[in-house]
Write a protein that binds this ligand. Sequence first.
Ligand SMILES: Nc1ncnc2c1ncn2[C@@H]1O[C@H](COP(=O)(O)OP(=O)(O)OP(=O)(O)O)[C@@H](O)[C@H]1O
Length: 761
Amino acid sequence: MKSTAVDATHEHSTERAEREIYQQELAREQAHVDRCYNRLDELHAEKQQQLAQLRRGGAQGSLQNVSERDSFATLYEDRIAQLEAVDERLVFGRLDLEDGPITTRYIGRLGLSETDQTRLLVDWRAPEASSFYQATAADPLGVRRRRHLMLAGRKVRGIEDDVLDPELLNEDQTLQGQGALLAALTAHRTGQMGDIVATIQSEQDAIIRAPINQALVVQGGPGTGKTAVALHRAAYLLYTHRDRLENSGVLLIGPSDAFLHYIERVLPALGETGVSLRSLQTMLPGVQVTAEEVNPRARYLKGQQFMADVVHNAVSLRQRRIAENRTLRVGGHDLTLKTSTISKALETARNSEKPHNQAREVFVKTVLRRLLEQYQKVLAKAMPGKHQDEAIMMDELRNSRDVKVALNLCWMPLDAHQLISELFSKPDYLADAAFFLSEADRSVLLRDAEHGVTEDDLPLLDLAMDLLGPLPVRGAKGSNGQAQRDLENAQQAVENVRSQMAEMGIDGFLDADKLAALNSEGGPSLSDVERLERERQWTYGHIVIDEAQELSPMQWQFLAKRCPVKSFTIVGDIAQASAPASARSWAEAMAPVVEDRYREAALTVNYRTPEQIMDLAHSWAAAQQLPYTHTSAVRVGEFAPERIYTTAADLAETVNELVQRLLPEQGMMAIIVPADLKENLQGPLSSSFAERLGTGAGTVERNLVVLTATEAKGLEFDVVALVEPLRIAADQGSGDLFVAMTRATNQLAVISTEQLPQSLL
Ligand SMILES: Nc1ncnc2c1ncn2[C@@H]1O[C@H](COP(=O)(O)OP(=O)(O)OP(=O)(O)O)[C@@H](O)[C@H]1O
């Protein structure tokens, strides 16, 4: 008895001592964190003051005009927003290093120094921070202790240590906790992705910091952090290669606008605003996707590389020979337009290698020159000795109706929309351009002339725009000169802004969107057509592509053109590919982009889905013989997956009851359904959970959503209810059901009116 009492007392005093040490450490860390926030506040105030001064029209360097001042104001505002965005969890790590001049280093969202240059905080992307993510007990890289600081607001709420030097284990100040990673993984989901900067794992870090000069393919199964890694890599590249990327920018391509909305807060929270987030749908300036390609075979065909030949043929077919000589009436005389003249002019124009609309000028000039020679001879014969004015004769030729008609019949100026619309609405034209396709395939491609533009049309339209070139503008001579001068002025304005940025203490970043805005608003105005064309021709310094397994060869070509230096980060899971024209291997996908010059890296650990749910998903995938990527779950969850049987008549009621029971107070729940059940289930749910129900992936701010499996791709939820899984698999494919199962971070329930197969039990 006595000894137990002594033990208990001892335990109490040890606990008390530990608590005290913990409190002391918290206070020490708080002091450093306070210094960092004070410095952040100072910088914020400084920028606001500079902005106010600028707005008052203060003398700032040699700002030339109002529009340049506005451009600077925007950059200051961006910098202020950037400083505000990093406020949350500004500091998250500390490294204690082996003896050296600096033994402690704090890691945070951005680098901060006191005015006397004392370093307060190291940017997580700086080389000095890399050991925070890479050091292990086996290879400590000079790190004795890695400390995670957990902040709530500006207060340090938790500390946790990874000790890499065994000597430190005996020191009192070493603190073990729940695990920063586990805490991050089990946190409630908000409907928008958060950053993982405090807990990046070493296989992820190696990808994030990989060299820029390559096409890097990151293959990983569900929940392995592909999206997170892609975003952090974009931020890392901008930080490390700012000089190189500043002139061109970084583009991130996501599968849909809903997905972009889901990830849009991550980069600002990492202090980066210089990345354009786009879906392919919005990549062609001035072109809106207004229709969907419903036929999977049409989607497949439009994605194949041979469609490039079809578009080339469609253009060539609009450069026509004539079958026989034609008589043309000019100035009251008959001239003969010979078949050979047209054939030779076609050849000369094509050899100019200019786009169709520009090569047309070569064609027209060549034909007119020939006709002029003939006209001179005819006039000399008809009116011997009379002076012939070449300029007047040329005008007569140009203005002759017969000549105009003949030239246009052979080589008409063309617009890309018109070309693509005619290609798919005129059976004979399509038959000629796509002669190598079967009649059945061609009939799948045919549609009304009024049909809207689909996403699968975009690469074809883009290619048509390249092959055709801009349409000539009326009175082009004068306006072209002006446009060129405008362009030069606009470029000069951008250069002025750029060169003064450093001088004025703005480390902002000009990306494609901002440059376009500067050109159209700040700089002298370009015409709309020219501006859109410049935007279309924009090339990026680096492109990050998420869910890349879905892209077709034509889409790859479209993107490859936008990064001539071939610097790509490509993330996806080739086994999840479900689009009709997507590739079956990375080698196949990469062929039109870089042939075999790409590097493949793998992510293997699932950070999202608990083990019990992954086991079920794997069991389904194996039974369906899906080519899935096996991942090991990093944690075991609290709940086993549930199965609930019901009848068609009771389905809505059963779903309602489940939501009643599982809808988390905080966090997100998704009901994933076959497309045709969506409306049926939404009705009853909205009467019971009106305030909390969102529809479609665009409304993931609400904490209950009803989605199809396709809409749920790339997203994640605390609780997922899969309604009629066998119908989802039948309608959308077994692969999509597998992906839908892996969306849950905590709980999964399956509701079915049919007996479930063994693989789902
Ligand atoms: N190192 C990490 N620390 C904390 N959370 C992480 C880490 N890595 C990944 N996660 C979390 O795991 C979840 C899955 O990550 P992400 O969405 O990037 O995976 P994914 O591979 O793109 O998934 P999928 O292909 O299934 O959509 C996210 O909530 C992400 O924040």
